[in-house]
Structure formats: C-alpha cells, structure tokens
Write a protein that binds this ligand. Structure first.
Ligand SMILES: *Cc1c(COP(=O)(O)O)cnc(C)c1O
Length: 362
C-alpha cells in the first residue's frame, strides 16, 4: 500500500499510534477475551476506560476542579439545541458571534427557544475574517455568549488572545475543530463542546466540558436526555454511552499527553501551518483565502482563482495519495485540514505536490 495522507475535515485522520493500539486490542481488550465494542457499559473494564478518558481530558484541558466532562451522543449539532435549552432560561437572550456556517446553524437553532441574535458577524466579509470581539458591543443581560473558536469550512480561528471579555456572562464555545490544538483558558468558558471526529477521535461521541455553576433549571419542555444535569448526575451513564468512540478518544488523549499536551500540539501545529501558509503566500498560482490575522491552524483554505484548475488540483492530489483537499461544497477551492494527528511529513508532501503543480500549470 502506498502512503497516503488524509486531509479530510472530518471524520479525519487519526494518530497512527492510536490505530495500532486499537488494532491490537480490537478482539481482545487487555486479556479480557472480548472487544471493547462487546463490553457492558457497567463492567469494571469499561468503567475504567470511561473514567480514565474523563481524567485525561481534565488534565489536558487544565480544567478547574468543579468542572464536569460529559460524553454524549448526537454530535455537536445536538449541542446547538442543548445549549439554549439549558442556558437560555433567565433573560432568554443570547448573543451568537456568527463567523461561519456552523455558528449560523447554532444561532438558527437557538432562535427556536428564545431571543438569540447574530449581529456580531463576519458574514458581510464572506466569513474571511473575525469581528474584533474585544470592542464588540454585546447586549446587556444575556444568558450567555456563543462563539465558534475554529471555522472549519472557511478556515478562520478565534485565537485565545482574541476571545471576548464577557465578565459574568458565561462564554459558550463550539470547539469541534480545534479543541486541544492549542491551549485555551478553560476557566474562561462556561461551556465547551466538540464532536470528537475532527481532533479527538471518531464520530459518535460529543465532548462537553462545563462549569455546573452556570446551570439553572432548563426550559420546562426540555427532554430528560437533553438536560445536562441528567448526564452530570449519572456520569454520562444515564443511558448507554457511545462506548467504542469514548475508548478511541481515551487513546487520543493518551497520545496527546505523550506528545506534551496542548502546548506541544500548538507548537507542532504552528510549524505545520506555517509551512503551508508560507508557501501559499509566495506562490504565484495559489492564494490563501482568509485574513492573515485570523488564519486557522487546522483548516487551510486556498484557491487558484480558476474553478477548473482548482478541480484539477484536487483530483491530481488525490491520485498522488493526498486525499480530500477539495474545499467544502459551499465555498469551493481547496481546503487542507491539518489537525493534531496530521504528521509534518504530510504537510511537507502536500507543499511539494503544490509546488510541482504550480510548475506544471504556469
Ligand atoms: C463538524 C462541525 C460541527 C458538526 O458536528 P456534528 O458532530 O456533525 O454535529 C459543528 N461545529 C463545528 C465547528 C464543526 O466543525
């Protein structure tokens, strides 16, 4: 088999070491004679995996003592509803910073439950930048402020230094595509959520990190399954949790810890992203799409300016083992997703391919 690199935006590439362990343990988890997939979620073997996953994440995210980790189903998209159901309960007002398609979807869902607005937005700039959140005028008396830290489709990021100062208003973040890619101050957030399939594992588990002090009584029609308290009380075992995805996330957390944690991931990710952006900046064929000040370390978007040439580039990349660099169907161009698990060799191989493509298509 020739070596391929998978630049998919999600589900995305996993660390090779994680796949090796999963393969080794697939049919016989640590001499239990059975697979993790076949274990009761009430068994001591599984409970150990579950607990260790939560402990590792607490450690990696430097979570304050009272914060909780939840492992839920339903994807990040279910959090679009769960957040307002549980938090838009007092003033029933929330401000959403709209920086891409996913934050728009989160806002649309919140509007079903209360007075959610998306006035602070970069839509007028086709989501190629991030509004200045330090000077942004949020409304008074909000139940929470919602942001999307990394805009997977457009390739922009709200870096830790650009976070809004929300004082007593809980800050809620969709971190699906850059959680643990760099160190965010967890204590500044009331709630963080992330689907695992981009940076933390495989599809099926959604990670929620929250400060239980921000929880009030949810809206009265909230189903039990969508009430955070239900899951906090039962340690994410109210019903059958997505056991195998949680096991894979545990392996990913161990891998991140062995790499040196979020800070070490950030250093690696900066090096990888710089390789690609530096080439794109000097290229005469390719052009990076977004505002230099808000470039994502995870999803690098670029174009040639010619749709047919973009398509040719993505197709030839595929033939060369560089998979899934075609941009999202809503924006076109190219997008290379270079999450934590993408090795630097993958980025170097991509840059070399793009250089050759540029020479051949002058
Ligand atoms: C992928 C993604 C989602 C959607 O996640 P699902 O798990 O498919 O619901 C939401 N937000 C962001 C930022 C994403 O990248």
């Amino acid at each position: 088999m020739t070596k391929v690199y998978n630049f998919s935006a999600g589900p995305a590439t996993l660390p090779e070491e994680v796949l090796d362990i999963a393969q080794k343990e697939l049919k016989d988890y640590q001499n239990s004679g059975i697979s993790v997939m076949e274990m009761s979620h009430r068994s001591s073997s599984y409970i150990e995996i579950h607990q260790e996953a939560a402990d590792l994440l607490k450690d990696l995210m430097k979570m304050p003592e009272n914060y909780k980790v939840l492992f839920l189903g339903g994807g990040a998209s279910t959090q679009f509803a769960m957040v307002p159901l549980n938090l838009m309960t007092d003033s029933k007002q929330a401000d959403y910073v709209v920086t891409g398609s996913w934050s728009k979807k989160a806002l649309d869902e919140a509007k079903r439950f209360g007075d959610a607005t998306g006035n602070i937005s970069s839509e007028a700039d086709d989501f190629t930048t991030i509004p200045d959140l330090k000077s942004a005028k949020f409304r008074d008396n909000l139940d929470y402020i919602h942001i999307t830290t990394n805009n997977t489709i457009y390739g922009t990021v709200i870096a830790p230094e650009d976070l809004p100062e929300t004082k007593d208003t809980p800050l809620v973040a969709d971190m699906s595509s850059n959680i643990l890619s760099q160190a965010y101050p967890t204590e500044d957030f009331g709630l963080i959520y992330a689907g695992a399939q981009k940076n933390l594992g495989i599809a099926g588990v959604t990670i929620v990190i929250l400060n239980p002090d921000i929880l009030k009584e949810p809206l009265e029609f909230t189903p039990k399954m969508l009430n955070y308290k239900t899951h906090i009380e039962k340690d994410s075992m109210f019903n059958t949790p997505p056991t195998y995805p949680i096991y894979i996330s545990k392996l990913v957390f161990q891998w991140i810890k062995e790499q040196g944690g979020a800070e070490a991931m950030e250093a690696r990710n900066r090096e990888k992203a710089a390789l690609l952006y530096d080439y794109l900046d000097e290229s005469k064929l390719f052009k990076p799409v977004v505002d230099k000040n808000y470039r994502s370390l995870m999803n690098v978007t670029f174009v040639t300016g010619d749709k047919d040439l973009d398509a040719k580039c993505a197709k030839e990349a595929e033939a060369n083992g560089l998979l899934n660099i075609k941009g999202h169907r809503s924006v076109g161009g190219m997008r290379a997703s270079i999450y934590n698990a993408m090795p630097i060799e993958g980025v170097k191989t991509l840059v070399n391919f793009l250089k050759d493509f540029e020479t051949d298509n002058k």
